[in-house]
Every structure is written in C-alpha cells, then in structure tokens.
Write a protein that binds this ligand. Sequence first.
Ligand code: CUA
Length: 155
Amino acid sequence: MHLHKYEKIWLSFGIVSLIVFLSVVGVSAFSQDHTPSGGMDMIDPEKVNETAPFDNPGVTQLDEDTYQVAIVALAFGYTAPDLRVPAGKEIIFKVTSTDVVHSFTIDNTKVNMMVVPGRITTKSYTFEEPGKYLILCNEYCGTGHHMMYTEIEVY
Ligand code: CUA
C-alpha cells in the first residue's frame, strides 16, 4: 500500500495527538486522583427511597453552621418538600436520580450538578442573599423536561 508523504505526516500527527490526549486524561485520573466534581458516592437506584439520606428527603440541620439537603430527581420533578435554608450557612446538597440523567441547577448560583442514577452528587454552597431561587433541570430528560423545576427559599 502506498501512502502519500503528507498523508503519513497527518496520520502520525493524529496518532501522537491521541496518545497525548489519553495520557493527560490517564495521568490526571490515576496519579493525581481526579474524581467527578460531585463525588464518587454510589447508590442502588431501585432502593433510593429506603437509603439514607433519601429516605427522609428535605432539609436537615447537621450542626450550628451546616445544613444538608437531600433531594431525589425523577421525571419530571424533584422530591423536595419545603426547601427553606438560611443564608450565610453551609448547605450541602445531596442529589440522586431514580430514572434517567437530570440536572440540579440553582439559577444565579454556582450550583449546577449533573444527577445520574446510581450516583449521589454532592455540592456544598453558601447563599449570600435571602430570596427565592429557581431550581431547574437542564439535562434533556424527556417530554416533561421543561416542566421540571422547583424552588428553594433562603431566609
Ligand atoms: Cu429532568 Cu430535564
């Protein structure tokens, strides 16, 4: 088989780029311990309702300055009774899904998590300003995707 000179150059360039790319990903994953930003916690998606903290979803005060909010995302909404949290305190959101991939995105904040069945996604956030914040799903999850939102009140 005859390969043109330029073809050889571009093939080599492509192969070298691929090796560099995979090495960067591999080194950061295995030797620098990079993990998904939401943590590595796993959960059986069929047993969410009986697994802590999702057996008791909503807001739980952990100590003086820390609150935990457990939320289950499912088509098409969030099991999130009475989401009220104080401003200026650390809020640890723990979110999982029982069906497909959703997101948990709080408008005007840095909270924007991907919610994957089988995983618990965790994000810590401190609200500075009281008010009502819109929570919405920005991963297309089905025909009711645009109906998937709720609200959190910060007091
Ligand atoms: Cu859930 Cu889109």
